[in-house]
Design a protein around this ligand. Sequence first.
Ligand code: PMP
Length: 405
Amino acid sequence: MLNIEKIRKDFPILNQKINGKDYVYLDNGATTQKPVQLIDAVADFYRNTNSNIHRGVHHLSNLSTKLYEGARAKVQKFINAEKESEIIFTKGTTDSINLIAFSFGEKYVSEGDEIIVSAMEHHSNLVPWQMLCERKKARLRILPFDKNGELELDKLPALINEKTKLLAVTHVSNSLGTVNPVKEIIETAHQSNVPVLIDGAQSIQHQKIDVQALDCDFFVFSGHKIYAETGIGVLYAKEKYLNEMPPYQGGGDMVDHVTLEKTTYLDAPFKFEAGTVNYVGAYGLGLAIDYINTVGIENIATHEQELLKYATEKLSVIEGLTIYGTAKHKTATISFLLKNIHHYDTGMILDKLGIAVRTGSHCTQPVMDFFEISGTVRASFAFYNTFADVDRLVEGILKVKQMFE
Ligand code: PMP
């Protein structure tokens, strides 16, 4: 059992009034709040330690480097990668996917080849593949989902053929909350030797990730969705791909030897980390992982599932409320609409009541097109949310309804 009251003290942003009301933050799918342990440690880093990594002989540069590489080791352990060198620090999920789309695309994708994505992808796991297909004259194939927001897995085998170069799919849908059966998808793809990229932007903060058990070829996520800072993210890739993929960007810190004519590169991970990287962000990500490990990812998952159950029960009985995304396996994310009330209006009124939700298409316009709606109201929970937060949401929704009736 989590001591939520104690946990909430670690997140100062939650303990304030917004619009005169106790703040209820239900926009964790967009970004998560930061524990004071991280905020203080990062401030201390700038006060006492800051120095650019990898190229210094002096004391603080060595210390900075140690903290940066220490964070890589923490990420490796957290997702159970086989090697530290399989962890590349990026700017975030979007950056990681663009890196793969470019580098993997350069190496392995030619005219007439095919990439598979699902119809529920965040634009970040769709647009880079569309761009790659345009560049290489390749074809994007789409795995559909049904009205519950579950992937139609029976249609997957027919999409895979000898031209398929990669399958990219989200672990958890950010707009519907669906937890996709990625292990099964990976097994199916691997039967035809098709590598799989998992977008973990919405799963890494909710459940234990073991990339070796999943056997995924690529796994990506963002620091800011896992209680760390913005501007830092992770690309995990199996070593065999990192060895063969060309660098995404050229510059300092990724080179072995440079002449005016030719450059040789360092091995992964450095080959993919050109320039001054966000070493403070990486350090912070390591601290966020420490925090999560202290709370326990299993405890987080259990509490969030209880919140999901409670909120789904409460919201389901509100007349005129439709939930979008009713898959069997979900994270604590609920997308909904109130009959004849625009999602934007609902969000604005909830905000006046001190409740933060997100409205719109959630960067998944094809999902909205499927349901023939322009957007939803999305309440996305984290482990620091309480049952009282759910009650406040319900009260707020009833108030919205009342105002429109
Ligand atoms: N994929 C999914 C499933 C997401 O939820 C998000 C963030 N909303 C992204 C990708 C993109 O993440 P970022 O903006 O941090 O790069």
